[in-house]
Design a protein around this ligand. Structure first.
Ligand code: T5A
Ligand code: NA
Length: 210
């Protein structure tokens, strides 16, 4: 990539089993096949020491107050922020499986105050696009391995979906929502076309913050 051209920060969001990992992998493969420098990332990033605590919380081997785990999810993004910034500025596009919006949605769904939940996300790099895979949680429970982790309960996922919908209408134009019940191929085609339009547009746009 020529000097000064940055990569795009692309996020996938949605309830558990909405297809984020499937779609983010397909997008990474597509961009790489076109010679566009691209890296996958995902949050929670479970390998750091904070990530390991998050993992034991999610797999139910550790309990923590709601506020504490919320701040740990946020800290897990902050501990990778320099890496995110560096990669984008050197021209690499990042395709990220979950980000701040999951942070807000899952904690607000427990009853924590929405603005309180958003506050520690302020200052993180603002995505250029968020692909929100939307579906009624009832329609996702038959998908592989549903029910193993802490949050994988239909009633709770319903509340998470409500917060995601609220965030989506609030954040506006950089949020793109899709019916997650479509086929993998149909979703990928729509996501690919938006991404291909997006990349040249953001290449010279300065990084912004949430
Ligand atoms: N969390 C996360 C917070 O509370 N706060 C935070 O700040 C963050 C970042 C772990 C949990 O952490 C919470 C949210 C989560 O509860 P995770 O590691 O991303 O987050 O784990 P999950 O979201 O549970 O991972 P999943 O995300 O497993 O599901 P995906 O990635 O949405 O779905 P995917 O692609 O793996 O697909 C699931 C299944 O469905 C099939 C796939 O083949 C697979 O079997 N599938 C489809 N089937 C039919 N049609 C389609 N279009 C399909 N797409 C995929
Ligand atoms: Na996933």
């Amino acid at each position: 990539m020529s000097a000064g051209k940055r990569g795009a920060l692309i996020i996938f969001e949605g309830c558990d089993r909405s297809g984020k990992t499937t779609q983010s992998r397909l997008l990474v493969e597509l961009l790489k096949s076109k010679g566009i420098p691209t890296l996958p990332m995902n949050f929670p990033e479970r390998s750091s020491s904070i990530g390991q605590v998050i993992n034991s919380y999610l797999t139910n081997s550790k309990d923590l107050p709601d506020e504490v785990i919320h701040l740990m999810f946020s800290a897990n993004r902050w501990e990778h922020i320099n890496q995110v910034k560096e990669k984008l500025l050197e021209g690499t596009t990042l395709v990220v499986d979950r980000y701040s919006f999951s942070g807000v949605a899952y904690s607000a769904a427990k009853g924590l105050d929405f603005d309180w939940c958003y506050a520690p996300e302020r200052g993180l790099i603002k995505p250029d696009a968020v692909f929100y895979l939307r579906a009624p949680p009832n329609d996702l429970t038959h998908r592989g391995q549903y029910g193993k982790e802490r949050y994988e309960k239909v009633e709770f996922q319903g509340r998470v979906a409500e917060v995601f919908n609220r965030i989506c209408s609030k954040e506006g134009s950089y949020f793109h929502q899709f019916d997650a019940r479509q086929s993998v191929e149909d979703l990928h085609a729509q996501i690919a076309s938006i991404t291909e339009e997006l990349l040249p547009k953001v290449a010279t746009r300065p990084l912004d913050t949430l």
